[in-house]
Design a protein. Structure first.
Length: 497
């Protein structure tokens, strides 16, 4: 029997290799539009890799490196979490998603990190970059030097937030290396990568990483989105003392990337006792880089056929087949992977169902402007930020009695996420109270003139697009509204890339 065991293993190995080859031949061509990687955090062992060494645009997963460099500076004693940093005009000018603080506002390193990692605030990434590296260029040089030392041979950085820039490139391989390095080198600060939600004033923002609070054991890392990259996610989870890291690049929605990551992690945990059956893929450091141009997914992600504006906090509905939209084909039918949730018994839940469920209840972490505070001083600071939000809230009550816009006054489509209704321009959402908080409702709605008044004299502010409408990590190009007469000149929006 012992003599037959090696032969049996060889037969099983060859059978498994043949199955993998057949699956690769039969896989839809759409699978090449994304990159997937699953590794063990401790050993770096690769459990699954698809297009893992193809160059990719990182988008906001860039902020993992921004946090790494900043926290290394804290650990080395060059600054502290209580160090006050000042919002510069450069930081304030960044495209949404952002906090929207005015130049001169001060914020601690600790609060800036929390805002950056949970809300994906692009302005806070620049605040940290200027505070640590002196300038965006200086900090980018430190990021590139750090990447080289970590062995991230396919990565180059131009800015600290991942907004579109020529030369801002990475790969699933390099992101796996970075995530491992973060956990290995900064274990005392890893709580920054799994904060479920933050509260600033009266506004609560949940983590864009849908695994946090939903997938059992999820404990990191960061999402990202620009039109060229698609929906990216670096995620980690721990079960029975074993930690895995999943990287998903180029998914077609925020829900899809979360479902794919959950499926990768679940298969990885299930493989624990079957690793001897699978061919070794080596370690993440030994994956061979591919010399290629990063795929540009702009048309697919932000083209005219998309039904709603794309954004990093996308809440796309899961498809009826049990997986996220488009996920079944891209994962070879793996959308049906199911698993136990923590503390629950069967029936098992599909990954898509779990990601669509509400996150576990949690108390959001307070963030605020100004120096570090505790006790009553902290309560006062939070109240002051809330008052500031209320003071900057657009006064739109008069617009409720405005005349119903005719067809010529209606925009062709909502030019910011969550809009598109008849009253969207006139009735700002309460979540957008800060007039600069996210750039969505900066314009002050004006009451319409009585019927019969000349349109040219009215010049309604509502016809103007917001300064820079939010689109996850960058501004999406707003749709020009139709108007009976020529509206006031609109501000030129930031260009997706």
């Amino acid at each position: 029997m012992h003599a037959l065991r090696p032969l049996l293993r060889k037969c099983l190995f060859n059978l498994f290799a043949a199955m993998l080859a057949c699956a690769a031949l039969l896989a839809p061509r759409a699978a090449s539009a994304e990159a997937l990687l699953l590794i063990e955090a401790d050993s770096g062992k690769v459990l699954q890799a698809e297009n893992a060494t193809i160059p990719w645009y990182p988008a906001s997963v860039t902020k993992i490196m921004t946090a790494y460099v900043t926290l290394k500076a804290v650990k080395d004693g060059r600054l502290t979490l209580d160090t006050l940093l000042t919002v510069s005009p450069t930081a304030a000018s960044q495209s949404p998603s952002k906090m929207g603080f005015r130049p001169g506002t001060q914020v601690t390193v600790d609060n800036a990190l929390k805002m950056m990692m949970v809300k994906s605030a692009n302005d806070m990434a620049v605040v940290l970059a200027e505070g640590v590296g002196g300038s965006v260029d200086g900090f980018s040089a430190v990021m590139n030097d750090t990447a080289r030392k970590l062995g991230m041979t396919q990565t180059s950085y131009v800015n600290p937030n991942g907004l579109p820039a020529e030369g801002q490139i990475t790969s699933a391989r390099d992101l796996g290396i970075l995530a491992r390095s973060f956990l290995r080198d900064l274990p005392e600060y890893e709580y920054f990568v799994h904060i479920p939600a933050i509260r600033f004033g009266k506004r609560i923002t949940g983590n864009f990483n849908k695994l946090i609070g939903r997938y059992p054991g999820a404990d990191g890392f960061k999402t990202g989105f620009i039109c060229a990259s698609g929906y990216n996610l670096v995620a980690s989870a721990t079960r029975n003392g074993r930690r895995l890291i999943a990287v998903v690049l180029g998914a077609n929605s925020g829900t899809a990337r979360a479902v794919k990551a959950a499926q990768l992690l679940e298969r990885g945990f299930a493989q624990d006792n079957l690793t001897w059956l699978r061919p070794s893929l080596g370690t993440v450091d030994n994956l061979v880089p591919v010399d290629a141009t990063p795929p540009n997914l702009r048309d697919e992600m932000c083209g005219p056929n998309r039904k709603r504006p794309a954004s990093d906090d996308d809440d796309a509905l899961v498809a009826a087949n049990g997986g996220a939209t488009g996920s079944a084909s891209a994962t070879g039918g793996a959308a049906q992977v199911t698993f136990f949730t923590a503390g629950l018994q069967p029936p098992l839940m599909k990954a898509s169902e779990l990601m669509a469920s509400a996150p576990a209840p949690t108390e959001p972490v307070l963030v605020y402007t100004g120096p570090t505070r505790t006790g009553t001083a902290l309560i006062a600071a939070v109240a002051a930020d809330a008052d500031q939000q209320a003071a900057s809230k657009p006064r739109g009550k008069k617009s409720r009695v405005a005349k119903k816009p005719d067809a010529a006054d209606k925009p062709k489509d909502g030019n910011k996420e969550g809009t598109g209704t008849k009253t969207a321009a006139a009735k700002p959402d309460a979540k957008q109270a800060d007039s600069k908080g996210d750039g969505k409702t900066a314009a002050k709605p004006a009451a319409a003139k009585p019927a019969g008044a000349k349109h040219a004299a009215a010049k309604p502010d509502a016809a103007k697009p917001a300064e820079k409408p939010a689109s996850g990590d960058q501004a999406a190009k707003p749709v020009k509204p139709k108007a009976a007469t020529k509206p006031a000149a609109a501000t030129k929006p930031a260009n997706n890339s």
